[in-house]
Design a protein around this ligand. Structure first.
Ligand code: ASP
Ligand code: MG
Length: 239
């Protein structure tokens, strides 16, 4: 039995069928006796759409209000997954960034996590709840909603895993692991079974988009084991 963080990206929750698919995987992990904390992205395309709408309202949307808007994408998927799990008779509960005490600096749109109060999530886990948390969001010390920059739910997942001392942080995505180079461009790209934090940092800084670079910095700093894998298969990905 382990404490497992599972993060699902936008393509993994792109529609209700895929959310059902995620619910089944989460339920299976829970049924095996593990405690599960799920971190979600917004449905694919939703964050882009929200930004587009804001830009139609005004050329320079107020940054505070833009973060209030963008945070709704992850709020939506967290509620929908928790609802789906409850309909399957699992005791799931959604939690937003501020409720989970994800404290960030005040840099709207690109905020950095300063601290995570692990107690709210721990309390839920201790009651054998499946925790479904909205990624990408936190709040500053004045209580304003902030977002963590594009791809920021990866960082939410690794930071939460560090805060609650999870045994592993699984990042479910639409590719089946980390490749030596972009497999869409280079047909000879190979999937790697393991990659070090430093190698991953280098790849992310060179443009590998599979993980937000800050999530790798967090993983390295707190020694979080991260497993990048496909949400569409049971195949092992890359540690
Ligand atoms: N929804 C946010 C984005 O599109 C955060 C994420 O998916 O990680 O960048
Ligand atoms: Mg991403």
């Amino acid at each position: 039995m382990a404490l497992i963080v599972q993060k699902f990206g936008g393509t993994s929750v792109a529609d209700l069928d895929r959310i059902r698919n995620v619910a089944k995987r989460v339920a299976r992990t829970f049924d095996q006796g593990n405690d599960v904390v799920v971190i979600l992205s917004a449905m694919a395309g939703v964050t882009d759409n929200l930004i587009r709408m804001a830009n139609q309202v005004t050329e320079s949307p107020d940054k505070r209000e833009l973060d209030v808007l963008l945070a709704t994408g992850e709020q939506t998927t967290a509620a929908l997954l928790a609802m789906t799990l409850r309909a399957m008779n699992y005791a799931a509960e959604s939690i937003l960034g501020h409720q989970a005490k994800v404290v960030t600096d005040c840099a709207f749109g690109n905020a950095r996590i300063l601290d995570i109060g692990a107690d709210p999530i721990r309390a839920l886990v201790q009651n054998r709840k499946i925790v479904v948390m909205a990624g990408f969001q936190g709040c500053d010390i004045n209580g304003n909603i902030t977002t963590l920059g594009r791809g920021g739910s990866d960082t939410s997942a690794v930071a939460i895993a560090a805060a609650i001392k999870a045994d592993i942080c699984e990042i479910y995505t639409d590719v089946d692991g980390i490749y030596t180079t972009d497999p869409n461009i280079c047909p000879r790209a190979r999937k790697m079974a393991r990659v070090s934090y430093d190698e991953m940092l280098e790849m992310a800084s060179l443009g590998a988009k599979v993980l937000q670079i800050r999530s790798v910095e967090f993983a390295k700093k707190y020694n979080v084991p991260v497993h990048v894998r496909s949400s569409f298969s049971d195949e092992e990905g890359t540690m």
